[in-house]
Design a protein around this ligand. Structure first.
Ligand SMILES: [Zn+2]
Length: 282
């Protein structure tokens, strides 16, 4: 899956380290990320030397093995990096392939933090209009006026493989960037357990009851600020699907023998579908 980047190691502990010329820089423009043209996996993203911007516009993110990664985050939008020689913006999701696992994981995780930093420039509690300041010890923003502390936002969500004997409930989303096969999925609501979310989402999207929930694995999915939790469960009673046409364009039972090969898919959804295809869902 996307987080399986061995032999590389992800280190997300915060440090106040100053950027060095060879460090990696993530520059985002909407849901695109700046990449070096014609580069391979080892140096896909520009360095501090490539972007040549003030150090104050670079926010430390994390380290992958010995590669220190920063985010281009100017204090004011008056510095722009839309034109860096030898680089161009590519869609974040285009990195989603097995050849790019480390790059995809790094870019998606950087995008998750980018989303949080972008949404938290100023204090939303006291409205003083003073910029939040980054703590020196941990990843946390603090308001210098009222002391409000803001921590990274992670949205928990579930992905569920609903089974009915030799069949798996597969879906396609309505009106989403990703058009491939998916499974029932949704965000946890306030006050719910993760298991409550599984039952509710399946009922909302497909209108069936389930039992025998089995937790399988989890996955950080930074492009949507998610922490995904994957389950299998079995239909309980009537398997007739009542699809939510606002969320989904398709929802159907697919026989194990007709499940598409998702072994190249680095998502938790692909992992769950592959487990079912290989008869390992129990
Ligand atoms: Zn404040």
């Amino acid at each position: 899956m996307i987080q399986d980047i061995s032999p590389y190691e992800f280190h997300n502990e915060y440090t106040d380290r100053a950027p060095q010329p060879g460090d990696t820089v993530f520059v985002f423009d909407g849901r695109t990320v700046l990449c070096r043209e014609g580069s391979d996996e080892s140096n896909l993203f520009p360095t501090v030397a490539d972007v040549s911007c003030p150090a104050s516009a670079l926010q430390y993110l994390f380290r992958i093995s010995e590669t220190y990664c920063y985010l281009f985050l100017p204090e004011k939008p008056d510095i722009s990096l839309t034109e860096v020689p030898g680089c161009r913006f590519v869609p974040l999701m285009s990195l989603r392939s097995k050849e790019h696992t480390v790059s995809a994981f790094a870019a998606m995780t950087a995008y998750h933090l980018h989303t949080w930093y972008e949404k938290n420039r100023y204090c939303g509690r006291c409205g003083s209009g003073v910029r939040l300041e980054h703590d020196k010890q941990e990843r946390m923003l603090r308001c210098p006026v009222c002391g409000n502390m803001v921590f990274p936002m992670i949205a928990p969500a579930v992905i569920v493989g609903v089974t009915w004997g030799e069949k798996l409930l597969m879906t396609k989303y309505a009106g989403r960037e990703y058009g491939g096969w998916a499974l029932i999925a949704g965000f946890c609501e306030v006050g719910e357990t993760v298991e409550d979310t599984v039952h509710r989402e399946i009922m909302e999207e497909a209108g069936v009851h389930v039992n025998n929930l089995r937790y399988i694995d989890s996955q950080p999915w930074g492009s949507d600020s998610n922490l995904l939790m994957g389950y299998f469960c079995d239909v309980d009673g009537d398997p007739a699907i009542h699809m939510d046409a606002e969320e989904l364009s398709r929802a159907q039972w697919v026989d194990r023998s007709e499940i598409p090969d998702m072994s190249d898919n680095i998502s938790l959804t692909g992992h769950l579908i592959e487990l079912f295809r290989k008869g390992k869902e129990k």
